[in-house]
Design a protein around this ligand. Structure first.
Ligand code: ATP
Ligand code: FE
Length: 352
C-alpha cells in the first residue's frame, strides 16, 4: 500500500508519501518562521493562506519525487485534530478533494498520536513495542500517556494550562534573541543561547516552579513568572541573555522531570518515547532520561528532524491505522463535505 499524508495543523505545510514497508518515498515541508517572528507570533490566517498556496505544489512535488502516478495512491491521510482550526481545514479540504477524485479512503489522523508514533520511523522501530509510555512536549501540548496501540492512548498527565513550547516561544519574545537565530524555532534558539551560559549561571534568574498534583503540569504560570522576570531584569547592565535562557530551560526541564517522577510512582513501564518539538531540546531530553533511568525505563528520542511538525508522522500513523483496519477510516463513498476540526484549546485531553 502507498499512502499520501498531509499536515497543516499549525505553521508547517507538509506532505509525505510512504509505502507499507514504512519507507519514505517523498517528503516535503514548507515553513516561514521569519514571518511569524516579524508579526510576533503565529497568526492562524497567515498559516491558512500559506497552506492554501503551498499544499498543491508540495503534493505534486511529492508524487513526482516518489516516482509514482496519483492512481497508485491507496489512501489519503490527514491531520484532523488538534490544531488551529482554520489551518487544519485547509489540509482536510485538500485531502477530501484528493480522496474523492481518486476514489480512495480518507484517514483522519490525531496529530499528538502521530508525534509519538514517529518513533517507528527511527532506528528504534523494531525495538519499541506496545504498550509503551510516551511524554509529548510541543507547541500546544504536554502530556504523559501510555500508547497501547496506534489507536489507543491512555492519558496519565496533561498540562492544565499552556505548553512548554509556547512558554519558551513567548518568553523569547521578551528578551533580545540575536538575529542570527531568526530562522529557527525560538525554543531551539534558547537551547543554543543556554549552551553559552556560565556555570551555574541559571541560578541568577531563579523562579518558583508551579505546583500541580500528580502528573499534571502547568506552563502558563511558568511563562508569567519568566515574562515578569524578563521585564524586570532585561534592562540591567549585567543582564545575561545566556544565563536567563539557561534558567528558563532549566525550569521547564525541572517541572517536566518532577511530573515524570509522579507518573513513574504510579505506573511502571520499560520504554518511554519522547516526542514533539520540545523533545528536540537535548537538555530537557537528558533530564527526562535521567528520571526514567531511575525507574529502570529506557528512553527513546524521536529523531530531531521528526520532532517538530512533519507529514511523515501523519502518513505513518495512517499506514498503521490501515494495518489495524481502523474504524475511523472513511471509505471513498462515505467521505463527507467536511470533517470536524478540533481547536487546539483542548490541550491534551482528547488523546484518549
Ligand atoms: P502541537 O504538536 O502541540 O499541536 P506544534 O505542532 O505547534 O504543537 P511542534 O511543531 O511539535 O508544536 O513543536 C514546536 C515547538 O517546539 C515550538 O514551541 C518550538 O519553540 C519548540 N522547539 C523546537 N525546537 C526546540 C528546541 N531545540 N528546544 C526547545 N523547544 C524547541
Ligand atoms: Fe505538533
Amino acid at each position: 500500500k502507498i499512502v499520501l499524508g498531509i499536515e497543516t495543523s499549525c505553521d508547517d505545510t507538509a506532505v509525505a508519501i510512504l509505502n507499507s514497508k514504512r519507507e519514505i518515498l517523498a517528503a516535503e515541508r514548507f515553513t516561514n518562521r521569519k514571518i511569524q517572528q516579524e508579526i510576533g507570533g503565529i497568526s492562524p490566517i497567515v498559516c491558512a493562506e500559506q497552506h492554501r498556496k503551498h499544499l498543491p505544489i508540495l503534493i505534486e512535488k511529492c508524487i513526482f519525487d516518489a516516482g509514482i502516478s496519483k492512481n497508485e495512491l491507496d489512501a489519503i491521510a490527514v491531520t484532523s485534530t488538534p490544531g488551529l482550526v482554520i489551518a487544519l481545514k485547509e489540509g482536510i479540504g485538500k485531502a477530501i478533494q484528493l480522496a474523492r477524485d481518486l476514489n480512495r479512503p480518507l484517514i483522519p489522523v490525531h496529530h499528538m498520536r502521530a508525534h509519538a508514533l514517529s518513533i517507528y520511523l527511527s532506528e528504534y522501530a523494531s525495538t519499541i513495542k506496545f504498550p509503551f509510555s510516551t511524554f509529548l512536549i510541543s507547541g500546544g501540548h504536554a502530556l504523559i500517556a501510555i500508547a497501547k496501540s496506534a489507536e489507543e492512548f491512555e492519558l496519565y498527565g496533561k498540562s492544565l494550562s499552556g505548553s512548554p513550547g509556547e512558554c519558551l516561544d513567548k518568553v523569547a519574545r521578551e528578551i533580545s534573541i540575536p538575529s542570527e537565530y531568526s530562522g529557527i524555532h525560538a525554543g531551539a534558539a534558547i537551547e543554543k543561547l543556554a549552551e553559552n551560559a556560565e556555570t551555574d549561571g541559571y541560578l541568577k534568574y531563579a523562579a518558583v516552579l508551579p505546583s500541580t498534583s500528580g502528573a499534571d503540569m502547568q506552563f502558563s504560570q511558568l511563562k508569567s513568572t519568566y515574562l515578569n522576570l524578563a521585564r524586570k531584569r532585561r534592562e540591567d547592565s549585567d543582564f545575561s541573555v545566556e544565563n536567563f535562557c539557561a534558567s528558563l530551560q532549566h525550569s521547564v526541564a525541572a517541572h517536566i522531570s518532577s511530573k515524570l517522577h509522579s507518573f513513574f510512582e504510579q505506573n511502571s513501564s520499560n520504554q518511554l518515547v519522547v516526542g514533539g518539538g520540545v523533545a528536540a531540546n537535548q537538555y530537557i531530553f537528558n533530564a527526562i532520561q535521567k528520571v526514567a533511568k531511575f525507574y529502570n525505563c529506557e528512553t527513546f528520542q524521536v529523531p530531531l528532524r521528526l520532532c517538530s511538525d512533519n507529514a511523515e508522522m501523519i502518513t505513518l500513523t495512517g499506514l498503521m491505522m490501515l494495518e489495524l483496519g481502523s474504524s475511523s477510516i472513511i471509505p471513498p463513498d462515505k467521505i463527507p463535505d467536511t470533517i470536524y476540526a478540533h481547536a487546539r484549546t483542548e490541550i491534551g485531553i482528547d488523546c484518549r
